[in-house]
Ligand binder design. Structure first.
Ligand code: UDP
Ligand code: MG
Length: 339
């Protein structure tokens, strides 16, 4: 499945490469595009493909809901024995899918493509991404793989587990790690974007990182206790110093400076703590509103009554993004729960 937002120049080349790879490694497949409210010719390009190629299905959102929701919509409709999530910009080379499928046939439930190299991306982005993955690994209890984007193959049972997670805001990579099962890395070199520009500027990345951190870790909340404790310890030290000075050195000749610093310091600590709490509260609020995760304005490849977005927790969703069927002759790999 391919989430796409303003990727008109990438749709046709991506489809061509996907098509040849998928013909080579799967008996039966579908390619699902999710148009995330694009304002350029992306949807037209997808519609044209769907007219030509019966294996292409698509959904178009009523507006831009974001990459995570586009991925979610594709996973909600995926029907294959395995589903591959891939970016539309050709940064994830479709040829790597063969190796993901091999890993799956060898028994992995999740084969995630881990980047060895990411050329053409600014140093600042690489540095912040590096930092983010290390911080995430330290703070969260689920082992979210480092240097790994959304490019991955998931077995059907992982997809079914993901459909039961209806949290909003959502961080799909984190959820995939959270569901567990057998996860395996496949190393690859990331290419440069084929056409267009990245949709993730610094602000959007920061927002995603903060949401990801708070969705998978309570460490920032615990940090508030330490911050408060440190402020108390500091104030005790200052008090002791003042008493010592008063008793042994006589009346101090201090002005307002110390007092002013203390007030600003405490005000700052309290605001930081409030900010952390407000961030979690915001996530709870968004989730509590229980709005649909996305709205579909147009779809092709499914009947009208088929493939409506599922209600929270009802697990009704169908159909794939990009679907690969497991071959009959494959070694069994404990998938008895699957049809
Ligand atoms: N994308 C999306 N909705 C958005 C932003 C991005 O569906 O609001 C898609 C985009 O079309 C691409 C993928 O998500 O297929 C990754 O986006 P991008 O390449 O801009 O991110 P980067 O690779 O620079 O982190
Ligand atoms: Mg990209």
């Amino acid at each position: 499945m391919v989430p796409a937002f303003n990727e008109e120049g990438n749709i046709a080349p991506l489809h061509a490469r996907l098509d040849s790879v998928l013909r080579a490694c799967a008996d039966d497949h579908e390619i699902i595009f999710v148009d995330d409210g694009s304002t350029d010719g992306t949807l037209d390009a997808i519609r044209a493909l769907a007219r030509r190629d019966p294996r292409v299905k698509f959904l178009a959102f009523s507006r831009n809901f974001g990459h995570e929701m586009a991925s979610t919509a594709g996973l909600d409709r995926a029907e294959g024995d395995a589903v591959v999530l891939i970016d539309a910009d050709l940064q994830d080379p479709p040829e790597v899918i063969r190796r993901l499928v091999d890993a799956w046939r060898d028994g992995a439930d999740v084969a995630y493509a881990q980047r060895r190299r990411r050329p053409g991306e600014p140093v600042l982005k690489r540095l912040t991404a590096w930092l983010f993955y290390r911080l995430l690994a330290r703070l969260t209890e689920v082992p979210i793989p480092r240097d790994t984007g959304d490019f991955r193959l998931m077995d059907r049972r992982v997809v079914l587990a993901l459909r039961r997670c209806r949290e909003n805001p959502r961080f799909v990579r984190g959820l995939v790690a959270w569901v567990g099962f057998k996860q395996q890395a496949v190393l690859y070199d990331r290419d440069e974007r084929h056409a267009g520009e990245t949709k993730y500027g610094f602000r959007k990345l920061l927002k995603l990182s903060l949401e990801a951190l708070s969705a998978f870790s309570l460490a920032p909340l615990r940090l508030t206790v330490w911050l408060g404790g440190a402020a108390v310890a500091l104030s005790v030290l200052i008090t002791l110093a003042v008493v010592f000075e008063r008793v042994f050195l006589g009346p101090a000749q201090r002005g307002y400076a110390l007092l002013a610093c203390g007030i600003f310091f405490m005000g700052g600590v309290q605001l930081v703590i409030l900010g952390i709490i407000a961030h979690y509260l915001g996530q709870v609020f968004t989730h509590g509103q229980a709005r649909p995760l996305y709205l579909v304005a147009e779809q092709s490849g499914w009947s009208e009554t088929h493939g409506r977005e599922p209600l929270p927790g009802d697990g009704r969703a169908r159909e794939p993004l990009l679907v690969v069927r497991r071959q009959e002759a494959d070694p069994p790999h404990a998938h008895s729960t699957l049809s």
